[in-house]
Design a protein around this ligand. Sequence first.
Ligand SMILES: Nc1ncnc2c1ncn2[C@@H]1O[C@H](COP(=O)(O)OP(=O)(O)OP(=O)(O)O)[C@@H](O)[C@H]1O
Length: 268
Amino acid sequence: MTPVLQARGLVKRYGHVVALDGADFDLMPGEVLAVIGDNGAGKTSLIKALTGALQPDEGEILLDGKSVRIRNPLEARRLGIETVYQELAVAASLDIATNLFLGRELRKPGLLGTIFRKLDKKRMREESANHMADLKIGLRSLTQPVESLSGGQRQGVAVARAVAWARHVVVMDEPTAALGVKESGQVLDMIKRVRDRGMPVVLISHNMPHVFEIADRIHVQRLGRRVAQIKPGDHSMAEVVAIMTGALQVSEGKSVVTDKDAAEAIGL
Ligand SMILES: Nc1ncnc2c1ncn2[C@@H]1O[C@H](COP(=O)(O)OP(=O)(O)OP(=O)(O)O)[C@@H](O)[C@H]1O
């Protein structure tokens, strides 16, 4: 099976700091792939490179097996890669439908739209309602401003927007970081529904229980590169943490203890 999105040997240096040190990445069709790693492991840099927010110094990115150059986030969107950023990227004072179509507004048909640039608010509301219903995001009204929503509902709008436009991949950077237990649960359910619709999802998360609940596979990033690709069912959370910190290494699917003291310290 050809990976939907792939990276080979990505390198990104900031002066003496090597944020990406030959990082590989593979996202398979229809999966939720969690990207985990300690602080500074290069998760954000990797995701930025895959979504056009950063230009790697070296390496290659492939979409559906074809080499692509993603020069900026707009180009990533054009290629069908949508990103939900950690800092809830919605315009608070605008209503939900407007947020969903921000930067991609629908115009009225005919001269009203082409010459007078009149917005087709009715159609945008109708389509927004469909998207929100699809993801089972219950909202009283699509004309209420986003600032009147709860954190989870706002995140829902950001996810719905990404899913509405993504043709290939949805990338989510810590989508539950700012949310409470109930709201996190709603967002995780939403991610499952996105996956069930066949859209692969990349999820960066520090939250191991969330990762274990939702990921089909886990990409472990350490010191700027991928050190393991594992299935949550094959390893315990403690093992995964040990792989993240370098106490355990995975070779040919088997875990090997590399730092006995560290492994003992976390009870392995
Ligand atoms: N714009 C930048 N300028 C200088 N150094 C940077 C820059 N961006 C990232 N770095 C450095 O690159 C390394 C990797 O950072 P990155 O943010 O990708 O890691 P991360 O895994 O996302 O970390 P965290 O979990 O803390 O967000 C870090 O050492 C960081 O300090």
